[in-house]
Every structure is written in C-alpha cells, then in structure tokens.
Design a protein around this ligand. Structure first.
Ligand code: HEC
Ligand code: HEC
Length: 467
C-alpha cells in the first residue's frame, strides 16, 4: 500500500511542476481532479449559433463541469460493457470526430447494423431526436441505449445477457464510482437517470467552432456574402450549398442548415437505402452535423451515410447530383429537379461545381476538438484511475503575517467509511499525507496548524482507487 501510494504521489507532483498549480490536471492519465475541473459548462459559443436541443429550453439537464467530468469517465469506461471490453469511445473516437472509421463497429457480440455517427456538435440542432432513424426521443434517452444493446455493450437482459440492473449493481460495487457519484449528486446512489444525465452532458459538451468556416462567418456576419478568408472555389461551393436548385444551386442547406449544419426536422430519406450486410433501410432521416466530416488533413472519418457506402465527399456529391431511385420515403426536396421516371433529382453539376462543393465542405472542420484533453480518455494505460481529488471548501491559503501560529480547517463531503488521504504541501511538489477514514456522516474535516511565516499552503483530500 505504501509503495503504491509513493508512486502515485510522484506522478501527481510531476504534473504540477510542469503545468503550474492553477491548471487542470485532467490531461494526466488516470487523474481526475475535481478541484480543477475543465470548462464544459461555459465554453465560448459563437453568437450566430442559436439551436440547442437541451430539453426544456436548456433547463432539463444543463451541462455542469462536474457532471460532464463524470460523463467523461463513464464514456471511456469499458466496464460499462458486459465483458469489460467495449466503451462508448470504442465506437466514438476523439481523433475521428467521435465517430468510427470502420463501416460497422465492433461491440461485445458482433458488429453493428449501421455505421457509427460522429458526435461533434450533437447539442446544436433543432432536431432533438437521435440515431439515424431518430428512434431516441432525447439525447438522455439515447445515451444508455448502447448499454442495453445486445451487440454493442450487452446489458440487454436477453440471450443470456445480464440486465441493466446488473450493470447498476456492478458499478455500485466500484468504490471510485461511489466517490464520483457523491461528488456530482451528493450521494453514492447509481441509477439509469443519473448515468444518462452525466453521459448526455459530456456528449453535449463536445463542440467544434474553430473551423475556417467559423472564422469567415464571424467576420462577414451572414452566410450569403463571400467570406474574405475563403478561396474562390470555397466561396462558389458555399453558394451552391446554400442556393435552391431553381436558382442554380444544390440546395443542401434546406436540410443541412447553416450555421450549425444540423439536419432539418421532418426530413425524409436521401436516397441511400441500402443496409450493411444486404437488404434495404428506408428509415434513415437523420444525419450528424456536416461539421467535421473530414479530419484536419481533409481525410474522411470513414465512409459516409448510415451504411458507410460512400467513401469520399466526391461520392456524396455524385449521389446528390444524380439520385438513382425515387423510393417511397425519398424527401420531396430531392425529387424536384430534373427528375425522370423512377429517378430522384438530377442536378447536372459540372465537375468544377462538384469540386467546389467538396472544397466548401472541408472548411467545416475544426481543430481543438481532436486534441483537447477534456474530451480525451481519463484512464491511464492500464485502464485505471490512479487518483481522484475531492472538491473541498478550501484548497489553499495565503499567509501574509509572520511569526504567529494559525489553525486551518478543511472540509469535504465524502462517502462514509471509505479511506481517503489528506495532504498538505507548500509547493505542490512535496506532500505530507495523513490517512483518514470518512465517518458515518461522510463529512471529512481536518484541522491543521498553518505554517509559521508567510507563503502559500495547499490542501487536498484524495481518493486512491483500488487497482
Ligand atoms: C459498438 C459500437 C458502439 C458503442 C459501444 C456505442 N455506440 Fe453510439 N452509435 C453507434 C452506432 C452504430 C450508432 C448509429 C446507430 C443507429 O442509428 O442505429 C450510434 C449512435 C450514437 C448516437 C446518436 C448520434 C446522433 O447524432 O443521432 C449517440 C449520441 C451515441 N451513439 C452515443 C453513444 C454513447 C453515449 C455510448 C456509450 C454509452 C455509445 N454511443 C456506445 C455505435 C456505438
Ligand atoms: C432532403 C434533405 C437533404 C438534402 C437536401 C441533402 N441532404 Fe445530405 N443527408 C440527408 C440525410 C437524411 C442524410 C443521412 C442519410 C443516410 O445516412 O442514409 C444525409 C447525409 C449526408 C452526408 C453524410 C453524413 C454522414 O455523417 O455520413 C453528407 C456528407 C451530406 N448529406 C451532404 C449533403 C450535401 C452536400 C447536400 C447537397 C448536395 C445534401 N446533403 C442535401 C438529408 C439531405
């Protein structure tokens, strides 16, 4: 125990010396520092972004820094699958805009029937329903469906699978979740509602507004005028994307509406009606945001559409240019122009126009979302958390007087009867530790003598998960 503890202390102090004490430690694998939370709740959102699907006018489940932090841990935790092999992040990878380059994603019992969806800017849409076929009424309702799914995470309660109640029991026995749920919800109880709220907060926090498009849009103040930072090709592509077909445009914006590029509610399908593994699928009426369809080098994050059947953006444009069949559910907007017989729309775009549309779509890719540690895996290389730093009423004191001895009391809310470590340090490098077991009330309180003289003194309660 003592040996293990020493190693952990070294890991923390190393991070602090290089980052400075006021910066979040979340970048450090395995450290969840609830005293230095990343900013999820108050991220800058451009003033032209107005759509938001958080229920009840934004009040149903508003993002909090601590709630999204718990969501991040859950999102990356493979123990949410029945055999500890698959997390949400297995199929929603940060480097791929939280999508999956594979056509079908691998779950605990085989592969998915549809292509995984990118999760960037999931919050910013008028459409509040989720999944390709919009079968989840809210993001909260969506967030535990993969856990219930037999193929994806396997707590389906059928074909020999454990049930969701079994997952709740499993997580309830993990001490670090008692610590985290207590910090977020005031008590260690775990239920589906609490899991959904935390996961949905984390997913809604994943935002990308630092694209070339955003720079141009914020300077010009509308979508219609040419952007000063765009090439001629990108500006022509933008005009085609926006304009209606009767006006020589490709009419993409009537469904993928800027500046969010979310999908219009009540759209039909777009003529991609095949299914992975054969057969037809007429039910797909939703698309992820068209932001970040390609990475920062312009490479797609896997094939496009619910069946990943179109490998490149050029293939996508070719599809809309000439929609092969007018199926029953084809959106009326895609059957208006140049249609003959059983075909959908025929736009007759030139090769230059097609290339310009692709050039414009590539301007919608951001940067930070791919690398910001706040959306990265919080677990270390062994899939473990090493330490959780608890929120507390005081984390440091600055002494100005000299020569007098003073006392400091530091309080935190903890899980009853669990072991914690109280630490003090004057430099955030060397820590003095005292083991403390939380009392039945859960109220941790330590009174220590402040050091002589002037200077800073830091305090923290840490929890070290059993490995
Ligand atoms: C085995 C792969 C896999 C796992 C694990 C997985 N997903 Fe997904 N996810 C998918 C696929 C495939 C879809 C599209 C499914 C469909 O529409 O039928 C999807 C869709 C979604 C969507 C809908 C996005 C939209 O714009 O409509 C969200 C949100 C999402 N997943 C979040 C999660 C969360 C949260 C978890 C973990 C609890 C998770 N996923 C686990 C593969 C996965
Ligand atoms: C009638 C509404 C509608 C119009 C108009 C429309 N789309 Fe779509 N788009 C959709 C739907 C629905 C999907 C999801 C279809 C699927 O996966 O089967 C989609 C999917 C996409 C995708 C793939 C997204 C992904 O994550 O795989 C791209 C890219 C795209 N559309 C670009 C365009 C462009 C460019 C135009 C104009 C040429 C356009 N769309 C016009 C409704 C529309």
């Amino acid at each position: 125990m003592l040996m293990r503890f020493r190693t952990i202390t070294l890991a923390i102090t190393g991070a602090v010396t290089s980052l400075g004490w006021h910066l979040p430690l979340m970048a450090q694998g395995g450290i969840v520092d609830l005293t230095r939370l990343s900013n999820y709740a108050n991220q800058p959102i451009p003033d032209y972004i107005l759509k938001d699907n958080t229920g009840n006018g934004g009040n149903a489940n508003p993002i909090t820094d601590i709630g999204a932090t718990l969501g991040r841990v859950l999102f990356y935790d493979k123990r949410l699958s029945r055999n500890d092999t698959i997390s949400c992040a297995s199929c929603h990878q940060q480097e791929h805009a939280f999508g999956d380059p594979d056509t079908a994603s691998t779950g605990v019992s085989g592969t998915t029937g549809r292509h995984s969806m990118r999760l960037i800017n999931a919050r910013f849409s008028r459409e509040s329903k989720f999944f390709w076929d919009e079968r989840a009424a809210t993001l909260e309702a969506q967030s535990t469906q993969p856990i219930h799914d037999h193929i994806e995470m396997g707590f389906s309660d059928r074909d020999g699978d454990p049930s969701f109640t079994d997952l709740v029991t499993k997580l309830s026995l993990i001490e670090e979740y008692k610590v985290l749920f207590t910090a977020v919800y005031g008590g260690p109880g775990i239920d589906e509602d609490r899991i959904q709220k935390a996961l949905a907060q984390f997913v809604r926090s994943i935002q990308s507004f630092d694209s070339k498009y955003d720079i141009g849009r914020s300077v010009i103040g509308n979508d219609d005028d040419p952007f000063t930072n765009f090439t001629d090709e990108e500006n022509s592509g933008k005009a085609l994307f926006l304009r209606a077909p009767g006006d020589g445009g490709a009419d993409c914006a009537s469904c993928h509406q800027p500046p969010e590029f979310d999908i219009a509610p009540f759209s039909g399908n777009n003529g991609i009606i095949s299914a992975i593994g054969g057969g037809n699928d007429f039910t797909v009426t939703r698309s992820p945001s068209l932001r970040d369809t390609v990475d920062t080098s312009g490479i797609p994050h896997g094939g496009f559409m619910h069946d990943a059947s179109l490998p490149t953006l050029s293939d996508v444009i070719n599809h809309y240019n000439s929609i092969p069949t007018n199926n029953e559910g084809l959106d009326a907007r895609l059957a208006r122009i140049g249609r003959s017989g059983d075909q959908g729309q025929q736009l007759n775009l030139t090769q230059t126009e097609k290339d310009n549309l692709v050039a414009f779509l590539k301007t919608l890719t951001g940067n930070a979302v791919y690398v910001d540690p706040k959306w990265s895996n919080p677990f270390d290389a062994n899939n473990s958390l090493q330490v959780i730093v608890l929120p507390m009423d005081t984390d440091h004191l600055i002494f100005t007087g000299s020569g007098t001895s003073r006392e400091v009391t530091v309080n935190a809310q903890a899980v009853p009867l669990i072991d914690y470590v109280f630490q003090t340090s004057s430099d955030l490098v060397n820590w003095t530790s005292t083991n403390i077991t939380a009392p039945v009330s859960g109220a941790l309180t330590m009174t220590v003598a402040a050091p002589e003289g002037t200077g800073k003194q830091f305090y923290r309660y840490i929890y070290i998960p059993e490995s």
